[in-house]
Design a protein around this ligand. Structure first.
Ligand code: PNW
Length: 500
């Protein structure tokens, strides 16, 4: 193999945090071992994920966590982002009952083992697995109930684990909880748009729950000396042209995705364009709620996987509802862009753009942490997809794929990470205060509605035997983590499609 001609070494700041990420429902399994049901148990056992997949066993991380931490050590991981399963601590969601001893013991042992291995834990409190008992009481649509319930749960976590956890993330991707859970119905609890307000109501309460947990930490646990942030997801939207309508479409797309959750926290209220489109269908914050939300995040967690274009529709959409309210041709794209197995366009420069946008618009205190970035690619699955009639757009690894002899060789993912890490580096050079990067994901896992067919891991999991094998992308990242930097992509590794 002739080594590609690269253009130089990209060094990251000394204190940069390199890690890997997972979430409870996607990896733990042990669904019945002391854990109460969550909305994802209900949703997946009802058959809403592909091939009837559920998280009942997943990666069996609940039993294999020690082995998994050894693997992380061998990958030179400095930080590990995982989530706590709410219903493993509070099987009935009820914080008036004492938390489950079994649940406390599991997370306590996990934290001890991580610290023993010199790995810094970054802990997400809510990665989508709402206790079913709380959903039955109205879930994210019930303001009084859910804000208090989340605060009580957060307090239990801070109390039991805050001696060892210095980085907390209240919510993972509230946009997904609100839109996929309460509008498209692709995720639990699977509400499809019965009303044109449900996702805004859920989103409102998600924000208030975040603020409640952040306030509890600051008022009751300040002496623990940690930080509390939130992880928001968005793909960068680039205007398709310089026409004013398209520039406006790009602004709206960013404000209806990232801004919806970022602006109440960083700028004091919902984006103006949301209020204009939605009127009273978008709930309002009281003065005291605004105050509680403002600057309620000690760092800006950003999850970003892709980018796309924004184009104004030829005439305004009719009707109301989240997608109509945005008023952007959401699926407009560049067909030259490569695609991952999720069909998400591969647009590395968009990660640089969104980081610069976050820095410029929100100036987050504590800086920005990329809390997720990665790609799904799996030789067998996409070979199948490639043969689907009339199907897919070009993929980055067309041609490479069939030459790939092993499931553990994933040059496509190496290429993805190299390109995206160099985009992060470029953002830092342009003064974005990016403090860390977590690869999604440590393990192949339960990819929500997609089941087990979409593999994001840098470690291969054989779901029959639970055997783990480090992929070449894992070895690649281990070298990046150790060297605190990487060689820039070679010319031939650059991706096709528009770059603007
Ligand atoms: C994130 N979308 O999910 C989640 O935080 C992870 O749990 C998940 O495994 C990962 O990304 C990969 O999907 C998303 O439709 C799911 O835009 C869907 C979307 C975005 C993020």
């Amino acid at each position: 193999v002739v080594p590609a001609a690269r253009t130089g070494f990209l060094a990251f700041p000394e204190s940069f945090v390199f890690g890997v990420a997972t979430s409870a429902y996607q990896i733990e399994g042990a669904a019945a071992e002391g854990r109460g049901p969550s909305i994802w148990d209900t949703f997946s056992t009802a058959g809403h994920a592909k091939d009837g997949a559920t998280g009942e066993v997943a990666c069996d991380h609940y039993h294999l966590f020690k082995e998994d931490i050894r693997l992380m050590s061998s990958l030179k991981v400095k930080a590990y982002r995982f989530s706590i399963s709410w219903s493993r601590l509070l099987p009935n969601g009820d914080a008036a009952e004492p938390p489950s001893e079994e649940g406390l013991r599991f997370y306590s042992e996990l934290l001890d083992a991580l610290l023993q291995a010199g790995i810094e834990p970054w802990v997400t409190l809510y990665h989508w697995d709402l206790p079913e008992a709380l959903h039955a009481k109205g879930g994210w649509l019930s303001k009084e109930m859910i804000v208090k319930a989340f605060g009580d749960y957060a307090r239990i976590c801070f109390h039991h684990f805050g001696d060892r956890v210095k980085y907390w993330i209240t919510l993972n991707e509230p946009w997904c909880s609100a839109v996929l859970g309460y509008n498209t119905g692709d995720h639990a609890p699977g509400y499809t748009e019965e009303t044109d307000t449900a996702c805004y109501v859920a989103g409102h309460h998600l924000l208030l729950a975040h603020a409640e947990a952040a306030q509890i930490y600051r008022e009751e646990f300040a002496q623990q000396g940690g930080e509390v942030g939130i992880s928001l997801n968005a793909d960068w939207r680039q205007a398709d042209s310089e026409r004013e309508e398209d520039l406006e479409a790009a602004r709206r797309a960013m404000e209806f995705s990232l801004g919806w959750f970022a602006e109440p926290i960083y700028l004091g209220d919902y984006p103006k364009c949301m209020r204009e489109s939605c009127g009273d269908r978008l709930p309002s914050f009281s003065a005291s709620e605004k105050k509680k939300l403002f600057q309620s995040s000690d760092f800006f967690g950003l999850n970003s996987y892709s980018g796309n274009m924004a184009k104004a529709p030829p005439r305004p959409f009719e009707g109301t509802g989240y997608w109509e309210d945005i008023g952007v041709e959401w699926w407009h794209t560049d067909h030259q862009w490569a695609r991952t197995d999720m069909d998400w366009p591969v647009v590395p420069w968009s990660l640089r753009e969104i980081l610069l946008y976050v820095q410029d618009r929100y100036k987050p205190m504590g800086g920005i942490i990329v809390t997720e970035n990665g790609c799904a690619c799996e030789p067998d699955i996409s070979a199948e997809l490639d043969e689907r009639p009339g199907a897919l757009l070009p993929r980055p690894w067309d041609g490479v794929r069939r030459a790939t002899s092993s499931d553990f060789e994933d040059p496509e993912r190496v290429r993805f990470f190299r390109a995206h890490l160099s985009a992060v580096h470029a953002a830092i050079e342009r003064k974005a205060q990016v403090k860390g990067y977590f690869a999604w994901s440590f393990l192949d896992n339960f990819e929500w509605a997609e089941g087990y067919g979409k593999r994001f891991g840098i470690v291969r999991v054989d779901f029959q035997t639970q055997e783990r094998t480090i992929k070449s992308s894992g070895h690649f990242l281990a070298r990046v983590f150790e060297a605190n930097g990487l060689e820039a992509p070679a010319k031939e590794e650059q991706y096709p499609g528009r770059t603007f």
